[in-house]
Design a protein around this ligand. Structure first.
Ligand SMILES: Nc1ncnc2c1ncn2[C@@H]1O[C@H](COP(=O)(O)OP(=O)(O)OP(=O)(O)O)[C@@H](O)[C@H]1O
Ligand SMILES: [Mg+2]
Length: 285
């Protein structure tokens, strides 16, 4: 599915320009969406899913304007959404919850709903507990129920909002592998604060800051924002003024700071930038 944003903007009463003039053509495949807290990631995702309306501009899905109710109805049938704060119904079993989501997505054939629900639960590793109540599940298991429900109906557009937040490393890797297997023909938009998740799964990344797009393109290109601007200081008692600190390592003599700055702090050595350095260079003020 091809998504185009045209001068997209969103105002809230207490937060004008939560999104500000976003113009972008999204490729199909895995797209990472990163940015600091409050950058507008969730707001953008809600607009893409047709849950919230933009204040300015428009979204086209395969050339059809989302402000048209008919387009939104058609999108609903081919959309999977995993919200940031999903809490699946605790009294349902995963099987019941997925079948119910299938009904909401307009899957009319009950046998097909059941078949898909069973297959997806297998895929996310929950077939053993498919008939237990969700209320007794761990956070990671609930998140897996969340991604499985988003995949009901084999959506062409999949929107997942911080799916790995709060997961332990093993569960995160598992989730990452699952996400990586979902791309292909599909468009998958993944928001996260974990750059490594994006680097491992998404060829394409958008960086938002304060509602504006400050980078879009190949993940590897992010490092260029910090190229020639990344330094490691000698041991210091405090971080150098005016520099963006990317890392700090304690030593007996003081702390060595890894910083992104136009001008090197006194005595600092140049360093090869990482994705994190590039990201910080883009989003830090
Ligand atoms: N329903 C709302 N009413 C008022 N303001 C809102 C609403 N939703 C979002 N905002 C504001 O819009 C801005 C963008 O919020 P959004 O939730 O989209 O950011 P985010 O990038 O998803 O952040 P996070 O990384 O914390 O999830 C914030 O300043 C937020 O306070
Ligand atoms: Mg959010």
């Amino acid at each position: 599915m091809f998504i185009s944003l045209e001068h997209l903007g969103k105002d809230f009463r207490k937060k004008p320009r939560a999104l500000d003039d976003l113009t972008l053509d999204l490729p199909s495949g895995m797209i990472g969406l990163v940015g600091p807290n409050g950058a507008g990631k969730t707001t953008l995702m809600r607009i893409l899913c047709g849950i919230a309306a933009p204040t300015r501009g428009r979204v086209l899905a395969d050339g059809h304007d989302l402000s048209d109710a008919r387009t939104r109805r058609a999108l609903k049938r081919t959309l999977g959404y995993l919200p940031q704060d999903i809490e699946p119904y605790p009294n349902l079993t995963p099987l019941e919850f997925l079948e119910y989501m299938g009904v909401l997505k307009g899957m009319d054939d009950a046998r097909e709903r059941r078949r898909q629900a069973g297959e997806l639960l297998e895929r996310v590793g929950l077939s053993d507990v498919s008939r237990r109540r969700i209320g007794g599940f761990s956070g990671g298991m609930r998140r897996r129920v969340g991604i499985a429900q988003a995949l009901m109906g084999d959506p062409r557009l999949l929107v997942v909002d911080e799916p790995t937040a709060g997961l332990d490393p093993e569960e995160r890797m598992r989730f990452r592998a699952l996400l990586a297997s979902l791309g292909g023909e599909r468009t998958v938009i993944l928001s996260t604060h974990i750059l490594d998740d994006v680097a491992q799964t998404c060829p394409y990344v958008c960086v938002l800051r304060g509602g504006r797009l400050c980078y879009d393109g190949a993940v590897a290109g992010l490092v260029n924002a910090a190229r020639g601007r990344t330094w490691v200081t000698p041991p210091l008692p405090a971080p150098p003024a005016g520099a963006v600190v990317a890392n700090a390592a304690a030593t007996p003599e003081g702390t060595r700071y890894r910083v992104v700055a136009d001008v090197p702090p006194a005595g600092a050595q140049p360093a090869e930038p990482t994705l994190e350095d590039g990201y910080l260079a883009l989003v830090a003020r």
